[in-house]
Design a protein around this ligand. Structure first.
Ligand SMILES: [Zn+2]
Length: 333
């Protein structure tokens, strides 16, 4: 596996070093241009390596801010191990606050492990997979709802098939310490960084930290406290106490509610609300046809409302809400 991405800093120099992963990008405004993706490496005493990424989707800001703060603030002398931080993995998308790349339309969370001879977005994935992932023992890839979704701020993970890695992943989710953790037992999305990290045997978790195209003091506090606890879990810092009440919410395809058509969605529930199967999720209004009654949309399953669509305007197939079903570590193992 090889591609054009290069790292302009060593991974093993003691202390803190700011650098970048660079890829050639020749375009109208820059014949010999580059895509520059900041990478910060912080080496303390010998120990495990944690790779922390954000900005895989450029419109998900919580992780980008929390990891940039961490990169500047954490003292190398406080670490037993190495921290590799990539605050804006899809830098072109992050630069304009969009989910996908303005260069090639690529969704970085669908193209891992990447292709060295592919589009720029697939080359970014290949660079992260080849240059950074092999060094890592632990991975956290911080996502949120972005511009179109809002989540209850939570930890998030897909569960790998391997029994031991599955148990460690659940422990890591709980150690992150957010009040809720979404667990995908049968992953649908392929090509995520998490799937690549788990395929490589890493203990890897993600997050869904709010979203709605903004930042809140609460979503950022969940991000900052969670990453600090995850550092402790990974052994890089003195472990912090884990909150006793971490609710595991199993997320399955039947928990997703989609709009049947174009219209304005009027939600009937709020984030965190408990619903039963058949409860009304909301109504879809056809503003062009005021003579028609709005269409009632219902939940197919019981659960807790974890996520909602932000823009009221929807198209057919848009997810307007999704649930999670309270579960236990034992049931999910
Ligand atoms: Zn995302």
């Amino acid at each position: 596996m090889s591609g054009p991405a290069e790292l302009d800093i060593p991974l093993d120099r003691p202390g803190r070093i700011f650098g970048a992963m660079r890829l050639p990008w020749s375009h109208d405004e820059s014949a010999y241009g580059q895509i520059v993706i900041p990478v910060i490496v912080i080496n303390g005493a010998p120990g495990p390596t944690l790779l922390a990424t954000a900005g895989v989707h450029g419109d998900e800001y919580e992780g980008q801010v929390a990891l940039s703060d961490l990169a500047r603030d954490i003292e190398p002398s406080s670490l037993r191990g190495r921290l590799i931080i990539v605050p804006a993995a899809n830098a072109p998308a992050a630069a304009i606050g969009r989910r996908t790349s303005p260069i090639d339309g690529g969704n970085l969370a669908r193209v891992f492990p990447g292709h060295g001879d592919g589009t720029p977005t697939t080359q970014i994935a290949e660079g992260i997979t080849r240059l950074l992932l092999p060094a890592a023992d632990f991975v956290i890839d911080m996502h949120s709802g972005g511009r179109t979704l809002e989540y209850m701020p939570c930890a998030w993970a897909r569960l790998p098939a391997d029994k031991h890695l599955r148990a460690r992943t659940l422990d890591a989710l709980i150690a992150f310490g957010a009040p809720d953790a979404g667990v995908v037992a049968k992953p649908q999305a392929i090509g995520t960084f998490l799937s690549a990290a788990q395929s490589a045997g890493k203990v890897a978790i993600s997050t869904e930290l709010g979203g709605a195209g903004t930042l809140t003091p609460y979503s950022l506090s969940v991000a900052r406290e969670g990453i600090a606890r995850f550092l402790g879990f990974a052994g890089l810092t003195v472990p912090k106490p884990i909150p006793k009440q971490v609710r595991l919410l199993a997320v399955e395809p039947r928990h997703f509610v989609r709009s049947p058509g174009r219209g304005l969605f009027e939600p009937a529930t709020s984030l965190g609300q408990s619903v039963a199967a058949g409860d009304i999720a909301g109504r879809l209004h056809d503003i062009e046809r005021p003579d028609r009654a709005p269409e009632t949309i219902r939940f197919e399953a019981p659960g807790i409302v974890m996520c909602r669509r932000v823009p009221a305007r929807t198209e057919a197939g848009d997810v307007v809400a999704h649930l999670g079903q309270p579960s236990t570590r034992e049931a999910l193992l």
